[in-house]
Design a protein around this ligand. Structure first.
Ligand code: AMP
Length: 521
């Protein structure tokens, strides 16, 4: 790599993003133009300008319907998904159904209505992170090459859309890596654990929008992910929304007005509630005060930690499900886990720490790495390693990751007309990976065969996430079960899938690289 082209690591978060670079044998977190080490993942369209980052966040009060956040909760998803429908009701900005069930964000900019896909918004945040890197490192340095992190539980279309966002931002995306894996790299380097005795480490990464849990074995520079689990729709934002709804209800009771539909009022409440939530991680009660919340009326309430926990207990309990699943999948007993590492802003919440400690029978949790910066730190190490820009111990650095969801084909079982999921790559398989399966026809003299591809853990194919399909035509006439096809599933190091099929009688081949609009053949 040349001196004037730096490889950077970007943690593209739901609520905050962070950028880091490997500099002279250490990782540096790159500070933004407001002096902050993390940057708000916000884009605000004012009457005359487009603002990105902290500047955009500072204007949300004035332009609530034009201030876009949570793009990560939309990226790679379909408008009619249940989670999207739920979110749309909470956001002060407008989201509509675009072509092919794609959600589009609608804003008013310079007097015109404009529509953006989630990846457009994410690309603006990524471009801002690149800008921060370039101005911090030196104006002459180009920070085009980047490793971007995603939740390990992101599916294929969410990963593809993130790569697309990177390209739109003018970045050369060296690799997409999983957030908990990146955090584990930071932990391994901090503890120097990666280079000495082998340790089993659980990363519990709970951020603004997603929860990721991974179990890794770290030793001699090798970061080996054993299993990963999570929820791409469970984060600090859900806690904020619960608190906002509570305040709206209380205001309704006290003042007899419903402000649920007022974007500006909801925005004010969200900012106040997030602040109170953070305070409750360190104190037992806090006040929420919103001046002139609605038509000049102020609002005041006291939130105790007990009240906060009671309001969100189901969410906290839900966080433990991926922890148990991850242990099960890795076939690891809690006694074999050496360290449980907390990452992500929401992991600071005492109740979550308490529940996690209960799972691990009172084990001390590791809080030594910076929960807001660890992911970008690890991404920067991987970026440097991929660019060949490291020296010393890091030259031995190897990352072995896994696929979070099972991948397979829809197929009909002999004794049934139901369409089942034939798993070709089981979840938690090491990536990159190639697996094959054999398929035959189900009718006599069938002339074509379609290969529908799914990801997920349900036995019934259609209950999983449909990724795409392709068809082989011109199959030589033969009774059912005679033609033979070999289907190849290839997943690359970014977790992106290609599937192809070969007619073994003719050698005819066809395939599909699963892409985000799920239509490409
Ligand atoms: P991340 O995605 O890791 O940047 O995490 C951001 C989320 O962590 C946001 O929902 C924040 O409100 C939340 N957060 C940050 N600090 C705290 C804290 N002290 N207590 C509770 N939540 C926090």
């Amino acid at each position: 790599m040349t001196e004037d082209n730096h490889a950077i690591g970007i943690d593209l978060g739901t609520t905050y993003s962070c950028v880091a670079a490997w500099q002279a044998d250490h990782v540096e977190i790159l500070v933004n133009d407001h002096g902050n080490r993390t940057t708000r993942s916000y884009v605000t369209f004012t009457d005359s300008k487009r603002l990105v980052g902290d500047e955009a966040f500072n204007q949300v009060g004035r332009f609530p319907a034009n201030s876009i956040f949570d793009a990560k909760r939309l990226i790679g998803r379909r408008f009619n998904e249940e989670t999207v429908q739920k979110d749309v009701k909470c956001w002060p900005f407008k989201v509509i159904e675009g072509p092919a069930d794609k959600p589009l964000i609608v804003v008013n900019h310079k007097g015109e209505e404009k529509k953006f896909a989630a990846e457009d918004i994410s690309s603006m945040v990524l471009a801002k992170m690149r800008e921060i890197a370039e101005s911090y490192l030196c104006s002459k340095i180009s920070a085009k090459n980047a490793v971007i992190t995603v939740p390990s539980y992101f599916n294929d279309s969410q990963r593809q859309a993130t790569i697309e966002a990177g390209k739109l931002a003018g970045l050369n995306v060296l690799r997409i890596i999983n957030e908990p894996t990146a955090a584990a790299i930071a932990y391994g380097i901090d503890k120097k654990a990666g280079w000495f005795k082998k340790r089993n480490v659980m990363i519990f990464d709970w951020g603004g929008g997603t929860l990721d849990v991974s179990l890794l074995s770290i030793g001699h520079g090798v970061f080996d992910v054993k299993a990963t689990s999570g929820d791409t729709h469970l984060g600090g934002e859900d806690l904020d929304n619960r608190m906002v709804n509570y305040c709206v209800e209380e205001f309704k009771t006290k003042q007899n007005v419903d402000i649920g539909g007022d974007a500006k009022a909801l925005r004010k409440a969200k900012t106040a509630c997030e602040k109170a939530k953070k305070a409750l991680s360190f104190s037992f009660d806090t006040d929420i005060e919103i001046d002139s919340w609605y038509k000049g009326e102020d609002f005041h309430t006291t939130f105790t930690r007990d009240k906060f926990e009671g309001l969100n207990m189901d969410i906290f309990n839900k966080c433990m499900e991926p922890v148990n699943k991850c242990l099960e999948d890795a076939k690891m007993d809690i006694s074999e886990v050496d360290d449980v590492v907390l990452v992500g802003g929401s992991s600071r919440i005492p109740k979550v720490q308490e529940l996690l400690q209960e799972v691990f029978k009172g084990k001390e949790l590791c809080k030594s790495i910076n929960p807001d910066e660890a992911v970008a730190y690890g991404a920067a190490v991987q970026a440097a390693a991929l660019s060949g820009n490291v020296t010393g111990k890091l030259q031995d650095f190897t990352l072995l990751d896994v696929t979070p969801l099972s991948l397979g084909l829809e197929s009909m079982e002999h004794d049934s007309s139901k369409l089942y999921m034939n798993v070709v790559i089981p979840r938690n398989s090491r990536i990159p990976v190639r697996r094959t399966t054999s398929v035959t026809t189900v009718y006599d003299y069938q002339e074509s065969v379609t290969f529908p591809i799914y990801e997920g853990e349900n036995r019934i194919a259609k209950d999983n996430n449909f990724l795409g399909k392709f068809t082989l035509h011109g199959i030589p006439r033969a009774p059912k079960h005679v033609p033979k096809f070999t289907v190849y599933f290839d997943m690359d190091a970014n977790g992106v899938l290609s599937v192809s099929a070969e007619d073994m009688s003719t050698g005819q081949k066809k395939g599909i690289k699963i892409n985000r609009d799920r239509t490409k053949n």
